[in-house]
Ligand binder design. Structure first.
Ligand SMILES: Nc1ncnc2c1ncn2[C@@H]1O[C@H](COP(=O)(O)OP(=O)(O)OP(=O)(O)O)[C@@H](O)[C@H]1O
Ligand SMILES: [Mg+2]
Length: 253
């Protein structure tokens, strides 16, 4: 049953996000994120106990925002893809060609919803394959919920933000994850120091919305791009590696 009081509570909570944003542009982003459909979807997720409270904004990205939320099963990260006027210009090229998304054409809104589902599917597949990714919790409409990767309550830093004291060790762990992604039948497609979080010396792979299956027409190109990003980053830290060596480690042979 729809409970007006609960909905009002949710709306006032969302309003507090808007008020906290001092910058007019940031406020506009918050208005875009919390459109009516998203509010209703959040309402349903609260009712279904997927989460209890939405706490604070962790990040404002190109296509969506990430928030920290609480739930009975511990803190979670809530990634909300913007339905309205999101800068999703190139999104269709990711969906077209992926056999799992046959028949998803048409409205921008539909594409965004399919995109959230795609990230959820990719996350599940990687998680099941043993890749160190945040544990997926659920996905409804444009809202994806996963475990919150944190250190003492704050989001763990990205690889690019930490001083890596044992680069070779971390490099090996990243390569292990790349191998597991490959074994899951996927290519990350946007792997770099910007999409790897670091918690207790362990790399956690995030942002898998664009990941595609190995039979995708762009899979090989994107795999090579991931390889280049990772070798470039770790070579700079003094790790003796190159693309060829990395590919061998990931694909064997
Ligand atoms: N599970 C998580 N736990 C904690 N923080 C997270 C989690 N997932 C994402 N974040 C934070 O939110 C940021 C954005 O997440 P992500 O990279 O998935 O989204 P994005 O829309 O691609 O953003 P960007 O455009 O900035 O890359 C991350 O850099 C990270 O700081
Ligand atoms: Mg990212």
């Amino acid at each position: 049953m729809f409970d007006k009081r609960k909905m009002r509570l949710l709306e006032s909570r969302i309003d507090s996000f808007r008020i906290r944003e001092k910058d007019a542009d940031d406020r506009k982003v918050m208005d875009e994120v919390f459109d009516q459909e998203t509010l209703m979807a959040l309402y349903k997720m609260f009712n279904d106990k997927v989460m209890n409270t939405l706490e604070y904004a962790v990040s404002t990205g190109k296509e969506g925002n990430v928030f920290m939320a609480t739930s009975d099963e511990g803190d979670c990260a809530v990634k909300i893809y913007r339905i309205s006027t999101a800068t999703f210009k190139n999104i269709s090229k990711y969906i077209v060609g992926d056999p799992r998304f046959k028949g998803v054409y048409g409205s921008h809104r539909k594409t965004v919803l399919a995109w959230a589902q795609k990230e959820f599917k990719n996350l599940n597949r990687m998680y099941d394959g043993g890749v160190n990714v945040p544990k997926p919790r659920g996905c409804y409409k444009n809202i994806l919920v996963m475990d919150y990767i944190s250190i003492e309550g704050l989001p763990a830093p990205l690889l690019k933000e930490v001083k890596v004291s044992a680069p070779t060790k971390v490099y090996r762990k990243v390569v292990d994850n790349m191998r597991l992604i490959e074994e899951s039948g996927l290519v990350h497609g946007d792997l770099s120091e910007y999409n790897i979080m670091m918690r207790d010396g362990e790399p956690v792979i995030i942002d898998v919305g664009q990941s595609v299956t190995l039979d995708h027409p762009l899979a090989e190109e994107w795999f090579m791009r991931d390889v280049t990003n990772i070798t470039r980053y770790f070579s700079k830290l003094g790790v003796r590696t190159d693309g060829e060596k990395l590919i061998k480690k990931v694909r064997g042979g």
